[in-house]
Design a protein around this ligand. Structure first.
Ligand code: SNW
Length: 287
């Protein structure tokens, strides 16, 4: 109540100023021009990037024991944001299914969570250039008997709602019963207690859970046509350009490679994100 009362006069003053500016012809034709000066990227709060992320997609994005966000995507994004001149980056965990909508409607400035770039998602948000392309993995228990995708027939397969895994499974694993979960942790708990037979998730996250719970991979499915990108509301051109510039720099100076080795040790090194001098084949076109 008090907050509201305090807030109102500010709104009235702002409205009055806007009216005066409009009447006097100051302020220019774009009302955003005043705010653009101190807020070139159109951030919710100038100088801070508010990021919608996931707390349980290790090693891409996850909250550590202290509740701090870390992982490959988190460290890469912070590095890129720094290059764009923003050091204050605040990560918040979301359910994946609501993440892109929350970015599109302005609750967050950016979505960072190994989010694959697809034409369908581009109807909702804009994406930076791609920064990761890999596999989706079916994980299961050692005793389930599921050895490959065909083994899913008649089995219960977990997917996180809104992911590419869900879309892929709906299309291709038609003989499995899909069980939708809000996040990986819930799905893995269900796998461990036997209420699903397998779970379908990102390759690197699968490896983490395999190690943690003694689970095994039954199949790896390429997702190279949907490289991960940073998601933004449409029309944030300055922000997108700054992030793309930062990303390109992070790739060219070896930062991307360093982070890849740190977070995905033992995984094959994709060449298209390495410094140009280290690429031996023709780089794949970035989206
Ligand atoms: O499409 C892949 C991409 O090739 C890379 O391996 C990183 O993950 C993906 O972007 C797929 N990620 C899923 C998606 O975009 C799930 C995201 C998540 O669980 N964090 O729907």
């Amino acid at each position: 109540m008090t907050k509201r009362l305090n807030f109102r006069p500010g709104v009235i003053v702002a409205a009055a100023v806007a009216t005066l500016l409009a009447l006097s012809g100051c302020g220019g034709s774009t009302p955003a021009s005043t705010s653009t000066a101190g807020n070139p990227y159109g951030l919710i709060q100038p100088g801070t990037i508010r990021v919608a992320s996931l707390g349980d997609a290790k090693p891409y994005t996850f909250a550590d024991a202290q509740g701090n966000f870390t992982g490959f995507d988190v460290e890469l994004f912070k590095d890129v944001a720094h290059r764009a001149g923003v050091d204050n980056v605040v990560f918040t965990g979301q359910d994946f299914s609501g993440l892109l909508a929350a970015v599109a409607n302005g609750q967050f400035d950016v979505g960072v969570a190994a989010i694959g770039i697809t034409d369908k998602r581009k109807e909702t948000v804009d994406f930076s250039d791609g920064y990761l392309a890999g596999y989706l993995t079916i994980i299961t228990t050692k005793t389930s008997g599921i050895k490959d995708a065909n083994g899913l027939a008649g089995k219960r397969l977990g997917v996180v709602q809104g992911t590419l895994q869900e879309a892929y499974a709906v299309k291709n694993f038609t003989s499995a019963s899909l069980v939708r979960f809000p996040d990986n942790n819930t799905a893995i708990a269900a796998l461990n207690n036997g209420s699903v037979d397998a779970h379908f998730l990102d390759y690197e996250a699968a490896k983490s859970y395999e190690k943690q719970h003694g689970l095994v991979s039954a199949a790896d499915i390429p997702s190279f046509d949907a490289p991960a990108g940073f998601a933004m509301a449409k029309g944030k051109t300055a922000l997108k350009e700054a992030l793309n510039k930062g990303l390109a720099e992070a790739m060219e100076d070896g930062t991307w490679k360093k982070l890849y080795k740190k977070w995905f040790p033992g995984s094959p090194m994709p060449e298209q994100y390495l410094p140009k001098a280290e690429q031996t084949t023709t780089p794949a076109p970035s989206k």
